[in-house]
Ligand binder design. Structure first.
Ligand code: FAD
Length: 618
């Protein structure tokens, strides 16, 4: 299946009639133990590219992303209000990591864990932080407005953001909105997203509130008046510092009220039924916009889970490393979550591809022209590596209905609420990455719906925090895709299935296929696409003894052996003859990659490798 470029009704975004991948995969998860990954050629539902296309693109852009997010001052620092905000939705100490129920999710008794491995310690921010400078300081110390607060080797003109205002069209909530504190600058490199031990009631409550934001109702004609006429006073939601927080609380309250939820949340959590209350995704009968909202949130959640499983701390031994069972429990057994990560990757990548024009005039570092140019070129190279146009994700099919203006407004408000809910995350590092990624998705939606790919003159401004969030969110997703691949390989190794390519091992038995058809999850058409993709052939003929010596005479067996030796001999000789040609092709291929690199074009991944021959080859 190849992505279609035509515009289609919202119900079927890319005109690619593929099976409902998520349902299909979910079913497979229950009916076969061999589900490894998705079929590479399958189109990620609601996006326009296949899994394998996205993986190939990821291989191409990953090195750019790594270098941008790790090596430039601009993209390796983020500014946010970490400590000055109060959770606007519940005044509950459960939200804080200090609470035992929240802090410990892997061990019963946190006191048994050495101090440095406890959740409270792991969740702390590391490395230097610097407060946003006041106006006077900004004016007087142009080159060093933070006065070396982040270390003397950091160029502060690439880090400090002077424009504090947030545009009306923002899907994010500006971190400094109406707050007196202007936030702190932190290093993203010093604070990698990984296991922190944050969990339990606190994190569940946050996730639950975030998913509840997906309860789209037909938006009222004037959503502002609804908020203001809400019968609930601010006091019932805990004390709010400002109007913005109060508005957020009202909005969430309205959603919760309509679900009869607010009073039930805590009791459900207390009874251990909270997770069961999270509604499963209804992909088929929800409108595209709602599905997109759910998929963004679920994909973000799944990506966070991937990172914490990938960079996991065994709190008993102090060993960091990938935790396969964590991956199995949180992702592998829920293929729709993995699918949502791919979906988010497509969405964010499309947005990054769309800002090419916009960033060509962007000033990254006002006081350091060399770093400014380097940063700009890196971003432009990355954006150029992404196919232009709607080949990956076609945002133009969203909000097409004339009635959907209100829906768009609703969408935006819900996103702002998710941003606000992040203030309730009770672990600093988690809050940092949670806020950054929410802002990254918000920025992507702003770019997708408000930016003109060809003419950037009327685009709304992109703030520093938005740009940093956007690219770092793409980097997080890119990392997730790679981690998922690695986890797949680890599972294959453990189960004795050694995947050599990104392949899907979907139903092999006829009975499973029949069962799928009965459930209308597989049709005859679907079966035409290969459901089982064989593990990639490495080109080596099979030289095993394929005869049954019990029915052969000694002479027959002798000649069979001679035949086998001859075939092996011919194969080895041919390989030697082909070797010079192979080297020439490798040199030409590498020259081509070098040329692409110099020209700022996409550098294709290596198609060859040097390795020690395995026993069979020797
Ligand atoms: C914003 C935020 C950031 C966080 N960052 C980190 C971090 O950096 N490091 C860290 O160690 N922990 C982090 N956490 C905590 C982490 O996400 C988990 O909440 C925690 O590990 C407990 O996991 P759990 O198994 O109880 O399930 P949770 O991940 O808390 O999930 C709760 C329930 O949601 C449902 N669910 C789970 N995943 C999905 C999905 N992808 N789509 C739809 N439904 C789903 C399931 O029913 C699950 O039982 C963060 C939490 C939040 C809210």
């Amino acid at each position: 299946a190849t992505p279609s470029k035509s515009k289609n009704p919202p119900s079927d975004v890319c005109a690619v009639r593929s099976i409902s991948l998520c349902n299909y995969a979910r079913f497979l998860g229950q009916h076969t133990k061999r589900v490894a990954q998705f079929e590479p050629a399958a189109i990620v539902s609601d996006a326009c590219a296949s899994y394998s296309t996205l993986e190939q693109l990821n291989d191409a852009i990953h090195p750019y992303l790594q270098s941008i997010t790790q090596k430039t001052d601009f993209f390796s620092h983020y500014r946010l209000s970490l400590y000055s905000k109060k959770c606007p939705f519940w005044d509950d100490e459960n939200g804080m990591c200090g609470n035992v129920a929240c802090a410990v999710n892997t061990l019963d008794n946190e006191e048994d864990i050495p101090l440095v491995w406890r959740a409270k310690e792991l969740g702390k921010l590391e490395g230097p932080t610097a407060q946003h400078p006041g106006k006077k300081q900004q004016r007087e110390q142009k080159a060093r407005p933070l006065q070396g607060g982040l270390g003397m080797n950091v160029d502060e003109s690439c880090v400090v953001e002077y424009d504090d205002e947030c545009d009306d069209r923002d899907y994010c909530i500006p971190d400094d909105e109406r707050a007196s504190a202007k936030g702190d600058y932190v290093s993203l490199v010093d604070n990698p997203e990984r296991f922190t031990g944050y969990g339990g009631v606190g994190s569940q409550q946050v996730w639950e509130a975030i998913y509840r934001e997906n309860c789209f109702s037909k938006p009222p004609k004037d959503s502002k008046s609804t908020v203001q006429s809400s019968p609930f006073g601010a006091a019932s939601f805990g004390g709010f510092g400002n109007e913005g927080q109060m508005q957020a609380a009202h909005q969430l309250r309205d959603v919760m009220k309509s679900q009869g939820l607010r009073d039930n949340v805590k009791s459900a959590i207390a009874q251990g039924t909270a997770t069961a209350r999270l509604d499963p995704v209804e992909f088929d009968d929800t409108c595209l916009e709602k599905r997109v909202f759910h998929r963004v949130i679920s994909g973000m959640h799944a990506s966070i889970s991937t990172h914490l499983c990938w960079d996991y701390l065994d709190q008993k031994t102090g060993q960091w490393g990938p935790n396969l069972s964590c991956y199995e429990q949180r992702l592998h057994n829920f293929p729709e979550r993995v699918s949502n990560i791919y979906f988010n990757f497509a969405l964010i990548m499309r947005a990054v591809g769309k800002i090419r024009q916009h960033v060509s005039d962007y000033s990254f570092c006002s006081e350091d022209p060399a770093q400014d140019l380097r940063t700009k070129n890196s971003v432009l190279r990355l954006a150029s590596a992404i196919p232009s146009g709607p080949d990956i994700f076609d945002e133009t099919v969203m909000f097409q209905d004339p009635d959907s203006v209100a829906l768009k407004e609703d969408f935006r408000n819900r996103f702002r609420n998710v941003s606000r809910i992040m203030d309730c995350v009770g672990c600093d590092k988690c809050r940092l990455w949670g806020k950054l990624q929410t802002s990254g998705y918000g920025t992507a939606l702003k770019v997708l719906f408000e930016f003109d790919e060809q003419d950037s003159s009327r685009d709304p401004p992109l703030r520093r925090t938005e740009l940093v969030a956007l690219l770092n969110t793409l980097d997080r997703l890119s990392h997730s895709l790679r981690a998922i691949k690695q986890f797949g390989a680890m599972l294959g190794e453990r189960d004795g299935v050694a995947p050599k390519a990104a392949v899907v091992l979907t139903p092999t038995s006829q009975s499973t296929k029949e069962a799928l058809k009965t459930k209308k999850l597989l049709t005859d058409d679907d079966e035409e696409q290969p459901a089982v993709v064989a593990v990639e052939d490495d080109g080596m003929p099979d030289f095993s003894r394929d005869w049954d010596s019990r029915n052969m005479t000694v002479v027959d067996e002798f000649w069979a052996e001679i035949g086998l030796i001859t075939r092996v001999f011919v194969y080895v000789m041919k390989s030697w003859v082909a070797l010079p040609g192979k080297f020439v092709r490798i040199v030409l291929f590498e020259l081509g990659r070098l040329w692409n690199y110099w020209m700022g074009l996409v550098v294709p991944p290596r198609s060859w490798e040097m390795r020690v021959p395995d026993r069979r080859e020797l």
